[in-house]
Design a binder for this molecule. Structure first.
Ligand SMILES: NC(=O)c1ccc[n+]([C@@H]2O[C@H](COP(=O)([O-])OP(=O)(O)OC[C@H]3O[C@@H](n4cnc5c(N)ncnc54)[C@H](OP(=O)(O)O)[C@@H]3O)[C@@H](O)[C@H]2O)c1
Length: 293
């Protein structure tokens, strides 16, 4: 049995689809208010719980052989409770349940010591805890997901507009979320992925300004790029600090993402393709598949 957390998320649902397409037994950890009908229809066992409750985590881990931790926080304060605590509780419960392999979805740059980015700090602390746990593991450090760009692409289709905050020259290796799902699933079986950390990105190193131009090619439409400087973001965040300190602090993670480069080297991409025996998909190919253009 595979336990997948974050099973309704952009990555988690693709992991469940892939496991079910191979007819493998999956327990999908979901919240009561989430949209989980698709997972049930695909034959996943749905476990309703809250990752903020240790008892739910312990229960969900019973009888499980493999765990893929693919949840994330999208609320202020979620770095401490979800990105950190829930993963520590999952690792502890995995040990009790004699889990055979633990796949942890971290983030590219988790090891760079960004002081003001709570999610990065939480992920790195979890990586360390997992490595010291004695559980067989694979840690995946992905760059930005291609699926995150789908709503922006839809808006571009309607308006031609693209909002690019910060330096347009900053580089990233946007990864196909489907490729990442396949890598997460295969991590359990591929011997060379055991007790390893992988940077996971797409095949191309893109400048952030390349993205609206890819949209332009896909939709055959001239881009209209709005490019406020990072200072504008900092100003807004500073003002928010007076109103909502928690939210302002959690925006530190977004700032780290906007201010820095997140790309994989050609060597890292080659290692990934050979270890997992796959050809990574470009952002343009991913967008054309999903947007049917
Ligand atoms: N997106 C990126 O570009 C990116 C890049 C690098 C790394 N990552 C990492 O990759 C992982 C997956 O990201 P994603 O974009 O697929 O995430 P996502 O779409 O935001 O999904 C988050 C998932 O976590 C679940 N969740 C949140 N709070 C929960 C709780 N209290 N109890 C149970 N489930 C809860 C959500 O359930 P609901 O449906 O109920 O909200 C959802 O299924 C995360 O660890 C993220 O940090 C993401």
């Amino acid at each position: 049995m595979y336990l997948v957390t974050g099973a309704t998320g952009g990555l988690g649902k693709r992991i469940v689809r892939r496991l079910r397409s191979r007819d493998l037994p999956v327990r999908a950890f979901v919240r009561l208010n989430s949209r989980f009908a698709e997972l049930e229809n695909r034959g996943a066992e749905v476990f309703i719980g809250d990752l903020k409750q240790e008892r739910d985590i312990q229960k969900a881990c019973q009888g499980v052989r493999y765990i893929i931790s693919a949840h994330g926080s999208n609320d202020a304060g979620g770095a401490a409770t979800l990105d950190y605590r829930a993963n520590i509780d999952l690792i502890d419960a995995a040990k009790v349940a004699n889990v055979e392999h633990f796949v942890f979805v971290s983030v590219l740059g988790s090891d760079r010591g960004y002081e003001d980015a709570p999610v990065f700090k939480a992920k790195f602390a979890v990586e360390k805890y997992l490595q010291a746990s004695g559980l067989p593991y694979t840690i995946l450090r992905p760059s930005g997901f291609a699926s995150n760009l789908l709503p922006l692409a839809e808006r571009f289709r309607q308006t031609g507009m693209y909002l690019l905050i910060g330096d347009p020259q900053n580089r990233s290796s946007i990864v196909s979320t489907d490729d990442l799902a396949q890598i997460a699933v295969d991590s359990v079986q591929v011997q060379a992925a055991r007790n390893k950390i992988f940077s996971v990105g797409g095949p191309d190193i893109l400048k952030r300004e390349d993205i609206p131009h890819i949209f332009a090619r896909v939709f055959n439409r001239e881009p209209w790029i709005l490019n406020p400087p990072l200072l504008a973001f900092d100003g807004l965040r500073g003002a928010l600090n007076w109103v909502n300190r928690d939210l302002s602090s959690s925006l530190g993670t977004l700032r780290a993402l906007l201010a820095n480069e997140f790309f994989c080297t050609p060597e890292e991409i080659a290692a990934l393709e050979s270890t997992f025996n796959l050809k990574l998909e470009t952002l343009e190919s991913f967008l054309r598949r999903y947007l049917s253009v």
